[in-house]
Design a protein around this ligand. Structure first.
Ligand code: CMP
Length: 142
């Protein structure tokens, strides 16, 4: 099915000047960028995004990393976009990420792992509306 998913290019990848290289991975996989913005998240915005992890031991470090510099949030659209995006990102821990995936090539640790992607249709819908109004997502007719 045609799907939309949320991508975050995290502060480590923005600082590493890898925005364009990561966008190329999306486009080369046939995913269309249908919304995009750069943001410097504050504790409230980053903490709310990761609310499901609030009780996990890594939550405070995660929020402080995600607010340490600007991120690029995007909506990606395409056939099977949620799974395709997760496949090209690779495993959460770059040490486990398959060769040629974004995390294998651009991430340094499980904490600083370059990118986030929605893990299900339900998360995609929640995460897209967390960052974008419907009129900020552009229908692609060509
Ligand atoms: P992300 O997909 O953005 O979702 C939550 C993030 O928490 C995850 O990527 C990792 O960067 C970070 N994290 C740190 N430690 C862990 C862990 N043990 N399990 C899952 N995620 C972790």
């Amino acid at each position: 099915a045609n799907e939309r998913t949320l991508s975050i290019i995290k502060p480590d990848a923005v600082a590493g000047n890898n925005i364009g290289a990561i966008y190329s991975r999306f486009e080369d996989a046939g995913l269309k960028i249908v919304a995009a913005k750069m943001l410097h998240l504050d504790d409230e915005k980053a903490g709310g995004f990761y609310a499901e992890h609030k009780e996990r031991p890594f939550y405070n470090d995660l929020v402080s990393f995600m607010t340490s510099g600007p991120v690029v949030v995007s909506v990606l659209e395409g056939e099977n976009a949620i799974a395709k995006h997760r496949e090209i990102m690779g495993a959460t821990n770059p040490a486990d990420a398959a060769e040629g995936t974004i995390r294998a090539d651009f991430a340094s640790s499980i904490d600083e792992n370059a990118v986030h992607g929605s893990d299900s249709a339900e998360s995609a819908s929640r995460e897209i509306s967390y960052f974008f109004n419907e009129d900020e997502v552009c229908a692609r007719t060509r």
